[in-house]
Design a binder for this molecule. Sequence first.
Ligand SMILES: N[C@@H](CCC(=O)N[C@@H](CS)C(=O)NCC(=O)O)C(=O)O
Length: 319
Amino acid sequence: MLVDGKWIENWQPVQKADEKGRFVRQVSSFRNWVTPDGSAGPTGEGGFEAEPGRYRLYVALICPWASRTLIARKLKGLDKVIPVTVVNPVISAQGWQFGGYDGAQDDPLFGARYMHEIYTRAEPHFTGRATVPVLWDMTRNVMVNNESADILRMFDTAFEGLVPSDLRLYPTDLAAEIDTLNPVIYDKLNNGVYKAGFASSQEAYDEAVAGVFDTLDMLEGRLTGDYLFGNRLTETDIRTFVTLIRFDAAYHGLFKTNLRQIADYPRLSAFQQRILDLPGVRETVNMDHITRGYYSIKALNPTGIRPVGPAHVARALAR
Ligand SMILES: N[C@@H](CCC(=O)N[C@@H](CS)C(=O)NCC(=O)O)C(=O)O
């Protein structure tokens, strides 16, 4: 991580934990919003007007948080107006790195080797983890936002004048319900698997795993229609999908969330396939990056050996 703009080596063991050994995820610090006219959004400052080709999205394809922004970008037809740079799936001693892996790219803006250089460009004295995703303003040369929940939501409306779309991922009439369900899915499932994987006590692990499977059971019961809110696709579906698609191939083994697999849940499996089949979504799922990335986390898998299966994940992607 960065401390006052300087990289502190060997980030992997320094996953933050609370007094009970529970993994604690860092809060994002760049919170400006792109809006149709450049007015300020719900957080941060204004000055970020929607323009084609002005903003670049930095992502890792292993990362579920980055992936939710990528999926929204595809579903909202923004791939022509927002270019993307994909980092190497293997996190190095200096964090995310550019290039050097099939499907990873060099940094086109500054020729940076590491993602943390993008952070110190934005804020020379930045302290914190150099996380993805990052939305970068190529006109003003500043970081707009590094919180995927914000980016997902701004992609729903900010570019409407440039790329009109009928899809509403955060429709007004469902906003309250979405805002109620999202934190449960975030805490118990999206981040719950990480809490299990990075737990440093049995108690913290047990608590996290219980939360993961209670939530999967709850979602399985809830999925009587195509999506979590009946037949309308929302951001909550995307936020759920990114964890489901990584679950059997990575979390079940590496993070020890192994009570059940997604394949054991008929409705969740069908839901996962339904989202995978939406136009553009499959392109955002790179199972090679996902398994290479997760199984290269040295603190959890010192040999770096990547398991071969499970076969049903490859089948779901090939369908
Ligand atoms: N709050 C952030 C979290 C993103 C996040 O934690 N990304 C992870 C990858 S999945 C990361 O970049 N970690 C690098 C690090 O911790 O050094 C968001 O949702 O955008």
